[in-house]
Design a protein around this ligand. Structure first.
Ligand code: HEC
Ligand code: HEC
Length: 452
């Protein structure tokens, strides 16, 4: 009698609902989000990607400030920059990617990536970044981690260094480490006392545009340029080997999916259900990495509306006028980048990412769907750090994203519709996002001692 009563009252649901909450279809959607694979997928464009010696060298390089050029930003010190204007050798990768979550908690205000100059983007975490298989950065401009490491080392906003200076530094401080991994070994003419040392000037990189005046780099023989660029790329490949070790898995959410019903709170479970149902979040934040690796325009304003995170509109006038093209700028750059995965310095030019690239109006103002792994540890949020808290993001999504006139380029993604979430629903989704914080990366990677 009792059994019959239960079935008739509950319409059978209490027996079939997973953990009393999820229908079979909903649970299938949940299971698609976990677990994270043990290791990042292989990167065949870097034959040293999983070479432990390269990773050990990469760790030293990641924490070595000597590769950076002069600080350009005039108010650097006032904004918790790492040196005064003109200071050389102050910026390393960790300047903007600080352990344990490898994001910027330093730049003032708002962690907006003050290196040699303002880098008007919210620094993406290095933790689990090797799980992205395609485009790099918010807007998808570089196409491998090593490509990114090279670009960031030379661009004035980030490292403002040069590949010639980098080759000399490697020769002077890392010669044995380098030669134990890479072939050919570092060219002996990089020695300052070599008879033909003049082949390799102390400093120089390709000029920024064809109409810029020639520099020391343009005076070099093409074969010597190739020697230097290969060394510079190998440095990037060693950095990638290190970054591939920065893995965080086994979040409370994963433990829950694996069967521990006590691993996350009831609120988080409700949030998880909303994530895969009414919120529609997994349409883009898909799979165990919580990203489709595609580009979408959510209408996040590129200007800083008064009141958001205490921005000073005078200070940020440069950014206020910024109209960021998003992914529309990525493919044209990548196709002309000699350091891309399809270029001569790649170890595998057959991967599909850059084949048959096109750019359409729909790419304007789009950004790569970010992974949501460890997202509670990496505020602020969105490509310019527009939002201070996870709740701000979910409230924004609940409105269906931005509204025209808010100050974003391009056309908003059709998937972005008002969600009719209540305040309680929003709190539940935030509670769920907080269950995505995995184990911290191994402490041995939080710092590194560069070679003297
Ligand atoms: C001035 C601050 C700064 C410094 C220094 C810096 N980065 Fe970054 N990094 C950023 C920012 C900001 C982004 C996001 C850029 C964007 O999306 O436009 C980023 C993105 C990246 C990415 C792309 C990750 C992804 O999500 O695809 C990689 C890889 C990376 N950095 C590696 C490095 C390495 C290696 C170094 C040292 C050689 C370095 N960075 C130095 C600020 C910095
Ligand atoms: C149409 C695809 C799409 C949908 C649907 C979507 N997102 Fe996103 N999400 C993105 C993109 C793209 C960004 C980055 C946007 C930017 O910076 O301009 C983002 C950013 C975020 C961020 C900030 C991450 C960071 O590191 O800064 C969070 C948190 C987030 N989304 C959560 C959610 C939640 C929760 C939902 C469902 C309510 C959702 N998203 C729905 C594509 C999507």
């Amino acid at each position: 009698v009792i059994t019959a009563l239960l079935v008739s009252v509950g319409c059978g649901s209490s027996e079939t609902l997973k953990d009393g909450i999820f229908t079979p279809a909903e649970w299938t959607a949940v299971m698609a989000l976990s677990p994270m694979p043990d290791h990042p997928p292989p990167n065949t464009t870097n034959m040293y990607a999983d070479n432990p010696q390269a990773a050990a060298l990469g760790q030293k390089l990641f924490y070595d400030t000597r590769f950076s050029g002069p600080i350009l930003n005039q108010d650097s010190l006032a904004h918790n920059g790492v040196g005064a204007p003109g200071d050389v050798g102050k910026v390393s990768c960790q300047t903007c990617h600080q352990a344990p979550w490898f994001v910027d908690f330093r730049s003032m205000p708002n962690q907006m990536s003050l290196g040699n100059d303002w880098f008007p983007r919210n620094a993406t975490t290095m933790v689990n970044t090797a799980y992205y298989t395609g485009w790099r950065e918010w807007e998808g401009v570089n196409d491998t981690i090593w490509t990114d490491a090279c670009a960031g080392s030379e661009v004035w906003t980030s490292g403002n260094g040069s590949r010639l200076a980098a080759a000399h530094l490697l020769y002077d401080h890392y010669r044995d480490d380098y030669n134990a991994i890479f072939y050919p070994p570092l060219d002996p003419s990089l020695d300052a006392n070599a008879p033909d040392a003049a082949r390799f000037p102390a400093d120089g990189k390709p000029k920024p545009s064809p109409d810029a005046p020639d520099g020391a780099w343009e005076m070099m023989a093409p074969a010597d340029q190739d020697i230097i660029t290969r060394i510079f790329v190998n440095r990037g490949k060693a950095l990638e080997a290190f970054i591939r070790l920065l893995v965080s898995r086994n979040a409370p959410f994963d433990q829950y999916v694996a069967g521990d019903t006590t691993a996350i709170s009831t609120s988080a479970k409700r949030g998880l259900r909303l994530f895969v149902t009414q919120g529609g979040c997994n349409a883009c934040h898909a799979g165990p990495t919580f990203t489709d690796e595609k580009f979408h325009n959510l209408g996040v304003p590129d200007t800083y509306p008064a009141g958001i995170m205490g921005y000073d509109p005078n200070l940020w006038s440069f950014f206020t006028n910024l109209l960021d093209t998003g992914h529309a700028g990525g493919p044209p750059y990548a196709m002309n980048n000699p350091l891309s995965r399809d270029g001569v310095y790649s170890d595998d030019t057959t991967t599909p990412l850059l084949k048959n690239l096109t750019v359409t109006d729909a790419d304007m103002g789009t950004y790569r769907t970010p992974s949501l792994r460890n997202v509670a540890m990496t505020p602020p949020y969105e490509h310019l750090g527009q939002f201070a808290m996870l709740e701000d993001v979910v409230r924004f999504d609940n409105m269906g994203g931005g509204t025209p006139g808010m100050g974003f380029p391009g056309t908003k993604d059709a998937k972005m519709k008002p969600l009719n979430l209540s305040d309680g629903d929003i709190a539940d989704i935030v509670a769920f996002l907080e269950t995505l914080t995995g184990e911290q990366v191994d402490q041995q990677y939080w710092s590194g001692q560069p070679n003297p």
